[in-house]
Design a binder for this molecule. Structure first.
Ligand SMILES: [Fe+2]
Ligand SMILES: [Fe+2]
Length: 147
């Protein structure tokens, strides 16, 4: 599995969790389960993606700006999750932040897939794409299990 296939699998899981979260917004148990699943997937994905994808892209002049931008967005999403963890689940503030988070996640995944992946394909040769895919999968599994 190359790095792009590996990242796309996690993106699909995040989209599923976002959809479930919005569908379950009025049901506390289902909402909590979807939120916790999204949070766990995002945490493992962001760190593994930074190590296996954005660090190599930072090293290249052609992709350094994209990598910085994406890492800054990871940080913004982490802050939204921190805010949510401080608020009362289901409260109006919580619901508003959930809406913003889902919107941000969707924007981020789309930007990565449509803008950054094509740029990254130009700077990472096929062997490197495979090698980074393996590194990503190992890191994601390790982080997901440790959480
Ligand atoms: Fe990302
Ligand atoms: Fe991603």
């Amino acid at each position: 599995m190359d790095i792009f296939e590996a990242l796309l699998q996690s993106h699909a899981r995040q989209r599923t969790h976002c959809k479930r979260l919005l569908e379950a917004i009025g049901e506390p148990d289902a909402r909590r389960a979807a939120y916790e699943a999204l949070k766990a997937e995002m945490a493992a994905h962001e760190t593994a993606e930074e190590r296996a994808f954005y660090v190599p892209l930072i090293e290249n002049d052609d992709t350094v700006d994209e990598a910085r931008h994406a890492i800054a967005e990871h940080h913004e999403m982490d802050e939204m999750v921190e805010d949510l963890d401080k608020e009362e689940p289901g409260s109006s503030g919580w619901l508003e932040t959930v809406g913003k988070l889902v919107h941000k996640v969707e924007h981020h995944l789309k930007e990565e897939e449509q803008k950054f992946f094509p740029e990254a394909r130009k700077v990472l040769d096929p062997a490197r794409q495979q090698e980074l895919g393996q590194l990503y999968v190992q890191e994601h599994e390790r982080l997901f299990e440790a959480a």
